[in-house]
Structure formats: C-alpha cells, structure tokens
Design a protein around this ligand. Structure first.
Ligand SMILES: [Zn+2]
Length: 169
C-alpha cells in the first residue's frame, strides 16, 4: 500500500513536471527553434509545436540547428503534404505543445483523485480514536489497538440525532 502511494505520488509529480516543462517550452519557443535533421527525417521544436517531417535526401543538411524564428505559432495540430513544392515523399506533421500539456495535467489529476479516494477509504476504515487501520476487521469489532468502539456502532446509538453529526470521540 505504501509502495502504491509512493508510485502514485511519483507519477503525479512526473506528469506535473512534464506539463510545466511543456508550458515553459511553449513560452520560450516563441522566438527560436531547435531542428534535428537526420537525412530523410526531420524533427523540430518551433512555433509552439513539435514537428516531424519527411524530406528527399537531397534537401538534407544533417545535424542539429538552433536559431531564431519569427514564424507564426501553431495552435492546432496539422499535416501538410509538401510533395508539390519539394518533390515526392515530402511532408510535415505537427502537434502543438498545449495538447500533451493538457493530457499530462489530466493524467496527474486522475492519479491525484485516485490517491484521495484511497485516503478517504482508509479514513473511513480507520479507528476514530487512534487512527488504526481497521481494514479486515469485522464492523462490530472494537479497535485492536485502543479498544474504542467502531464508528458504525456509535453512529447507530445516535440515530435520530444524525443532524448533529457523528460523535467526535
Ligand atoms: Zn483505536
């Protein structure tokens, strides 16, 4: 159980870090680009998006390039067949950073929600007096740690006074 908690917390932090990184890249990427030319494949980070392109070998200038860019932002994902301009096999596909950024935030949120529901479940199953985890014990069994009566039993004793809420101790 502790391992699951640690793993969840780590995963949650990981996805939050990814979303922050993507957000920072989106802002920083306004004025520059990084481009990796690997022959007929080209990867680049520019104009607020991740790009992947295919090009004929004769256009290739292999290597990593960093430079300034004044091109317009890509807010939407897209695909462009550039065969008409650069010859067969030339195309580009791009995904704006905000899409994986939102996906990372949603995943982190879902993990957090799962974590909270586990905590709530544990709190419900815990002794109200000492916090001992009662999971596995019968509902009517007294707390093996401090001997306190289970909350279910106490609540029934207060039936009709439910508006006042359960007793605190
Ligand atoms: Zn107890």
């Amino acid at each position: 159980m502790r391992l699951l908690k640690t793993a969840r917390r780590a995963a949650c932090s990981f996805f939050l870090a990814i979303s922050v990184l993507l957000g920072a890249m989106m802002v920083v990427n306004c004025g520059w680009y990084v481009r990796w030319d690997a022959g007929t494949s080209v990867w680049s980070l520019s104009t607020g998006a991740m790009h992947f392109g295919r090009q004929p070998a004769r256009y290739s200038m292999p290597g990593l390039r960093v430079g300034g860019s004044a091109a317009a932002f890509h807010w939407l994902p897209g695909y462009k067949d550039l065969a008409a301009s650069y010859g067969p096999g030339t195309s580009a596909i791009w995904i704006p950073y905000w899409m994986p950024m939102i996906a990372a935030i949603v995943i982190a949120g879902l993990i957090r929600r799962a974590e909270q529901s586990t905590l709530r479940r544990e709190a419900r199953a815990s002794c109200v007096k000492c916090g001992y985890l009662r999971a596995g014990f019968a509902d009517e069994a007294v707390c093996p740690e401090c001997g306190a009566a289970p909350i279910a039993k106490r609540c029934s004793a207060f039936k009709g006074r439910a508006r006042e809420g359960p007793p605190l101790s």
